[in-house]
Design a protein around this ligand. Structure first.
Ligand SMILES: [Zn+2]
Length: 143
């Protein structure tokens, strides 16, 4: 089986997209560090690959995966990456032990709003769940 690194460097849009999604969900810090060590190479090899995507541009998954790897190199709490990407499901992040949901409320338009706290740094976020062809979550740092 090819490694994530081989997939990211494959110049094959399908493999890059799948491996970018895997990096975003990866909870294995040594593995992330291993990939982050190759970040300049990954950036270089993916820069001009057309990733396509119908409803949601697949390139956005790659950009988020690159942000994840940059953060591993630069340091900082992973929760900083929640705002700016619409695919972080609070329920899934809670199951993964990264955040806890402090409260939820359903708004009249049936969208769900979450209040979440990062288990690592304690930062709190308001998360709006919405739907437009796919379910998305907008994270905003709470005051
Ligand atoms: Zn945090």
């Amino acid at each position: 089986m090819p490694t994530l690194l081989e997939d990211l460097l494959s110049r094959d849009s399908q493999r890059i997209w799948a491996s970018a999604c895997a990096v975003i969900r990866l909870h294995d810090n040594p593995a992330l560090d291993g990939l982050a060590a190759h970040l300049p190479h990954i950036e270089q090899e993916t820069a001009d690959v057309d990733l396509g995507g119908a409803l949601f541009p697949n390139a956005e998954h790659l950009q988020q995966a690159l942000r994840v790897l940059r953060l591993r190199r630069e340091g900082g709490c992973p929760c900083r990456l929640y705002p700016g990407h619409l695919m972080y499901d609070p329920e899934r992040e809670t199951k993964a032990g990264r955040v806890q949901i402090l409260s939820t409320d359903e708004s009249p338009d049936r969208n769900v709003n979450y209040r979440c706290r990062c288990n690592t740094c304690g930062a709190e976020y308001n998360v709006e769940q919405g739907e437009y062809h796919y379910t998305w979550w907008q994270w905003r740092a709470a005051d």
